[in-house]
Design a protein around this ligand. Sequence first.
Ligand SMILES: Cc1cc2nc3c(=O)[nH]c(=O)nc-3n(C[C@H](O)[C@H](O)[C@H](O)COP(=O)(O)O)c2cc1C
Length: 443
Amino acid sequence: MSEKKQMLLGLGFTGAYGANAKAWKSEGVTVTTYPDINADIRYAQLAEKCKFQFLFIGDFPGAIPDDNREVPAMTLEPIITATAILQQTKHIGVASTVHTQWNNPFTLARQFKGIDLMSGGRIAWNAVTGSSPKVAENFGVKLMDSRSRYESHYEFVETVQHLWATWGKDALKADKETGIFADYSQVKPVHISGKYIQAIGALPIPPSPQGQPVIFHSGGSPNSIEFAGRYASVMIGEVWTREQGIATRNALRQVAIDAGRNPDEIKFIAGLMPVVANSKREAIDRHASFMDENIVQQRAFHIGMVLGISLTPEDLERPIAPELLDKVKIGAYSDPRAENVLKVAREGWTLRDIIYHSVIDYHPATLGDAKETADYLTEMFESGAADGFWILPDAYETDFKRFVEEVVPILQERGLFHEDYNGDTLRENLGVPYQYGVDKRLS
Ligand SMILES: Cc1cc2nc3c(=O)[nH]c(=O)nc-3n(C[C@H](O)[C@H](O)[C@H](O)COP(=O)(O)O)c2cc1C
């Protein structure tokens, strides 16, 4: 086994066919898999075959696209999806998103602890508050202001962690000779009467091999970093530049230190949309096939806004003039994507091709051969911009397959990604410690 520090890899499960809402139309994609849990299981098994540590299931429940050509982001509910996947896999962990603003801590604690036990310790809860008013409406809830959202989030998460530990580690006896099934004096119900959460009771579920589910958090705001640094083992982020990654990761680690934790227990994971093809041109054309002309036209204006210059669809077929690029000023308040846009624009691509580089998408994209993606991951990882990456391929059946077959072996050859799973539980495979109950070190 390599002694070198190694990156973590996860697959983003944010759509039925791939991370791209247009993936369903793509060549080689089986269109009848909506919604088909067996397809999800196949993608998870592919990620497991190449030793990914986790799947990340994002969720904006009930969000229906405005555009008839797009697939809803997440179709099946994340806990149900995770349960089915974990039954058909042996090593990979699954992080499922469930919001705290409109769920109940007892139900959530019970569901996640049950799956953790069933899967031999491979589930994680992506604990987010929920920030979409449209999603809140589905639950008949009005979004709270940011401060209250996070105040209640802390209470919710602590309640869940207390509930997870209500069954004492050694309470289960199941001893036929003595006739004792359990020592119920070791089952300690919670009595929580908080500002937002009330709960009295206990869960009749023993610890899993990893103790309790891992906490993930996805976000990037100061509140997110503050929460994740204290409570999470993994933070799923959005990183546009090496410097931004380094700053966010350091901020997260500092919160952990201030809270009394070891900063190595919190892993910062950056997103990447890799397009692996035989050449850069082929990758750009492939990625372009997922983008409708109306999106390209809108992004022409948008790129101008990001750079602070005026651009329109009339500029699409030519490079942005160098004199115009020289006028761009990037400062502390610029869009975090501006630096990437400028870098690609300076390479002399037409505005259309700059847009096809996905410079203003949800996450950065790498477009080219497998080495191009492997080099990006290597550079970001080795410079301390992330502890690992969540991969968002346009289409799972085709693009993810190429990542698995071509990029992963390069990372393994470089000693930067493990050849096999080190342990049986998600905590072991992430390199984070066993936990049962709340973290007693937190001040
Ligand atoms: C990379 C990333 C992934 C996210 N995934 C989800 C998600 O799956 N579901 C969700 O409701 N919110 C998701 N969010 C939103 C955040 O949890 C958060 O609510 C948002 O960034 C606004 O910040 P705030 O809640 O601190 O105000 C995500 C954010 C980021 C940056």
